[in-house]
Design a protein. Structure first.
Length: 404
């Protein structure tokens, strides 16, 4: 057995990007077979050696080639040139729901996906309960997965992938989707795999996780490896560089392409930026942003998570029917007004994001940037995280049971 799990030698992967997008039908027919395209180099002469038994991270901005490289290692994509040697059984968890069939139930998909990943029916039978247990989607296991949330998809997909007991596990951005509890389970599982001498290759925008999980990382920029080595040093250098590029006054973890970003997030009660408030308060979430480019009809979003990681609430300007025609290069701010905070006492984290008009491109997602404490206010209700302003009513006066 060699001492590496994956060896990547001078791998290049290009994509054809067609340039004539707005051509007429006639010119398209005339030009048939000789459409204009450019070769876009997504992975550019990359060489890496991933030692056996370590957790290895790929770090880099959106579009730097991380997913493309993982897909080449997983043999989903074929490089144009170069060589990849994989030594061991490999399982990959690359895109949300990849390998899942939307019309099949969770149960059927476990068998389908398990088979794709190289497990026999017997092996899946034996591991089925453990897979479902890990995924936490037991209640929905006989429903078609098209009804699942993205979080449920990821949980089930990840549960199957790790139960393959691969020698090498490739994981792309899974941790971003699950809640905190699930993230913890995943990290535990990663440690177990590592203790077993297995190799994990992971991509995540969550720097704090990358920092604690990974032994080694490679930093990619425009498809090239610019640095590789000890995780802590490189993750810190990367985060610092990002941080300098996009100065934030608040804390939190962020990802996004960064042309437009939140510089400060405020939680305003009675005109004051505060970190404590009361049930029933009128609250304004104010995001200050800076933009290097003009963005037409951007979508602003905000959300609250409980400290335990429960996604409590989220709202987008698009769903609110609030349209900002464009933001110009420069600075600005936007308010989200909550007329009466319906949260019971507890601790919550606030996030904010700026996306393009379609909601598919993230300029900045500033996650759990500020933490607020909600104290007792009005109404006072008995349990849980929400207040409904509920009341008890007596529709039938109590009557004694007639003596028989
Ligand atoms: N099938 C494709 N056809 C054309 N271009 C592609 C294709 N897949 C990826 N690309 C381009 O290749 C580049 C690298 O993409 P890749 O998905 O590997 O980046 P990434 O580092 O994973 O980014 P992110 O952090 O956003 O996930 C991007 O510019 C992307 O637009
Ligand atoms: Mg990617």
């Amino acid at each position: 057995m060699s001492d590496f799990a994956v060896r990547v030698e001078n791998v290049t992967k290009t994509f054809r990007v067609y340039t004539d997008r707005n051509q007429s039908l006639k010119s398209a027919i005339i030009a048939r077979g000789r459409n204009k395209f450019e070769e876009f180099v997504a992975v550019d002469d990359v060489s890496l050696e991933i030692p056996r038994g370590i957790t290895f991270g790929l770090l880099g901005h959106n579009g730097s080639g991380k997913s493309t490289l993982l897909k080449c290692i997983a043999r989903i994509l074929t490089p144009n040139s170069g060589k990849i040697t994989v030594d061991g059984r490999l399982a990959a968890m690359l895109e949300v729901g990849s390998g899942f069939h939307p019309n099949l139930t969770g149960r059927e998909n476990v068998y389908l996906n398990g088979a794709i990943l190289g497990m026999s029916k017997k092996e899946i039978d034996r591991k089925f309960d453990a897979i479902i247990d890990f995924s936490g989607v037991e209640r929905f296991i006989d429903q078609p997965v098209k009804n699942y949330s993205s979080g449920m998809y990821v949980r089930l997909g990840f549960a199957v992938a790790i139960h393959v007991e691969p020698d090498i596990l490739l994981v792309d951005e899974v941790l971003a989707v699950g809640d905190m509890q699930f993230q913890e389970k995943c990290t535990e599982k990663f440690s177990e795999l590592k203790a077993d001498g297995r190799t994990v290759v992971v991509v995540s925008h969550a720097h704090d996780l990358m920092r604690t999980f990974c032994d080694e990382v490679a930093w990619l920029q425009n498809g090239r490896v610019i640095e590789t080595g000890d995780a802590m040093g490189i993750v810190d250098a990367y985060a610092n560089k990002e941080h300098r590029a996009r100065k934030v006054e608040s804390g939190g973890v962020r990802f996004g392409s960064g042309e437009s970003y939140v510089t400060k997030l405020e939680w305003i009660v009675d005109g004051v930026d505060t970190r404590t408030c009361h049930t029933g308060d009128e609250v304004t979430i104010r995001a200050h942003y800076q933009s290097e480019i003009e963005i037409e009809r951007p979508i602003f979003g905000t959300s609250l998570d409980s400290r335990e990681g429960v996604f409590v609430w989220g709202h987008h300007s698009r769903d609110a029917g609030y349209v900002v025609s464009s933001i110009k290069p420069g600075t600005g701010s936007i308010d989200v007004r909550i007329p009466s905070l319906p949260l019971r006492p507890g601790t919550f984290d606030v996030s904010f994001s700026i996306q393009d008009r379609t909601g598919t491109h993230v300029y900045d997602a500033l996650q759990r940037a500020i933490r607020i404490d909600v104290l007792t206010g009005t109404p006072i209700e008995s349990g849980g995280i929400m207040t409904f302003g509920s009341s008890f009513e007596n529709i039938q006066p109590p009557r004694p049971i007639a003596a028989g």
